[in-house]
Design a protein around this ligand. Structure first.
Ligand code: NAD
Length: 427
């Protein structure tokens, strides 16, 4: 995609942020020696208005389109749901559809622990940390009033300050006094909302602690905003006792081993991050919260559990922090996010979190079932083969033809794809 790069390759470009996306793109093209095809590709922003893209982040030159697929077969709390998922990874959407098909009769049951976010205020150089902790706790009413005054809209919607915690943290530079402002952020993810409160309260907290305040920001370990889902897959519907026991064993492996748990939870996040992204929510916030929660015991472990219930069926559950919103960030302004929320038909952030938890469990069930039986590659290969075929240059109908031959020959490789493509083209 590139030709010779421009001669004057300086990354110091004065006023870059003040230019239009197209002007920036031309500068980048000159810097990198992009050819016309690459420039035309980047200049096409698809279904995102360049003016909006330019407002969402800094220094915009283009957009990155990721497919949005829809997971079918999901019944959540007795309601049928179609779930939009934005992902570049093959098999992710199919995995959710398959899991939902195998327990459609009973579906998924979900709940949440609340909508509470935590903002942290870090006080250091405190001479009497134990007493400082109490001095801050004694100001609870004052703190509540100051937090609520920051966000009258949130308060009018039933949200606002809920609780106060002060923790003492031993560190190499002494005991830190860490204040937690616990805030109900209703249908917002809440990062901006609680960060504003933490910044507002910081000078007063520094005064009460008689120390110096540095950091004032939310915690992504939003463990007062847990979403949960559980489901039963009947042994008869999933291929018998051996499959059931293989899934339980796969879970126990992840529960006991961080090396396995990382991959196990990555699979869960395949489903979760795809819905988080499709709805314009913050994938990194959710991922950070999930992995921190998985390590809460001091040892990183599985976010899901699998057991055999009294009927001999497979009983599965998931619990993780899910700070997602319907308002704030890109959720309300990105048209694809708005359309995704309309497909889901959700009217509260809580319902969105519950659906996302069910998707995470569904994803995990399918991955474990595949791993415990035929292995993951069989399902992956058909789609992977298409990618390989395209990389080898196949276009249009050639893609399916080449992919099918690669799978038949059990040799999904670029070099083989190139030869097969020649054969296909040769007739
Ligand atoms: P926001 O501030 O844009 O919107 C929330 C505000 O909307 C509330 O404070 C309230 O005043 C108002 N509001 C209107 N209707 C509401 C309703 N029904 N429920 C709740 N509030 C309502 O957004 P936010 O959710 O506070 O922040 C989310 C953004 O912050 C995301 O884009 C995220 O990426 C970003 N962010 C994340 C981090 C992090 O996760 N570490 C840090 C900084 C920023």
């Amino acid at each position: 995609m590139t030709s010779a790069a421009g001669q004057n390759r300086s990354s110091r470009i004065a006023g870059f942020h003040k230019k239009t996306p197209r002007e920036r793109l031309d500068l980048v093209a000159a810097f990198a020696g992009l050819d016309e095809t690459a420039v035309a590709h980047l200049a096409n922003m698809g279904n995102l208005d360049p003016a909006l893209a330019d407002k969402l982040i800094e220094n915009v030159i283009g957009t990155m389109n990721v497919p949005v697929g829809v997971a079918t077969n999901m019944k959540i709390d007795g309601e049928d749901v179609l779930v939009p998922m934005a992902t570049e990874e093959s098999s992710v959407v199919a995995a959710v559809c398959n899991a939902g098909r195998q327990n459609y009769e009973t579906g998924f049951s979900t709940s949440v622990s609340g909508n509470l976010m935590i903002a942290q205020v870090q006080a250091v150089e405190v001479r009497d940390p134990a007493a400082a902790r109490l001095r801050i706790l004694e100001r609870r009413d004052e703190i509540k009033a100051a937090c609520d005054a920051c966000d009258p809209v949130l308060v009018s919607l039933g949200g606002g300050f809920r609780d106060l915690e002060v923790r003492l943290l031993d560190t190499p530079s002494g005991t830190m006094v860490i204040t937690h402002l616990i805030v109900d952020t209703r249908d917002a993810m809440g990062a901006n909302a609680v960060n504003t409160m933490a910044e507002k309260l910081a000078p007063a907290i520094a005064g009460w602690a008689q120390g110096r305040v540095y950091l004032r920001i939310l915690s992504n370990l939003s463990d007062r905003r847990l979403a949960r889902a559980h489901a039963v897959w009947r042994t008869a519907d999933i291929g018998g006792e051996q499959v059931r026991d293989g899934i339980v064993s796969a879970y126990q492996f992840a529960a006991a081993d961080p090396y396995r748990a990382a991959t196990h939870n990555k699979g869960i996040m395949n489903g979760i991050s795809a819905v988080v992204l499709a709805t314009g929510n913050d994938t990194r916030a959710v991922e950070a919260g999930a992995h921190a929660y998985a390590a809460r015991s001091g040892r990183y472990t599985s976010l899901t559990t699998y057991e055999v219930n009294a009927d001999g069926d497979l009983s599965a559950a998931i619990e993780l922090p899910l700070a997602v919103g319907l308002i704030g960030g890109a959720t309300k302004v990105h048209p694809t996010a708005r359309a995704s929320l309309a497909i889901l038909g959700v009217s509260t952030a809580e319902r969105l979190a519950r659906i996302i938890a069910a998707v995470g469990l569904a994803q995990n069930f399918s991955a474990l079932k595949a791993l415990a039986t035929t292995g993951i590659q069989k399902g992956h290969m058909a789609l992977h083969a298409q990618n390989i075929a395209m990389m080898a240059g196949a276009v249009g109908e050639e893609v399916d033809k080449v992919a099918r031959i690669l799978v038949e020959r059990a040799s999904v490789r670029m070099d083989v794809a190139a030869k097969v493509l020649e054969e296909v083209r040769g007739g």
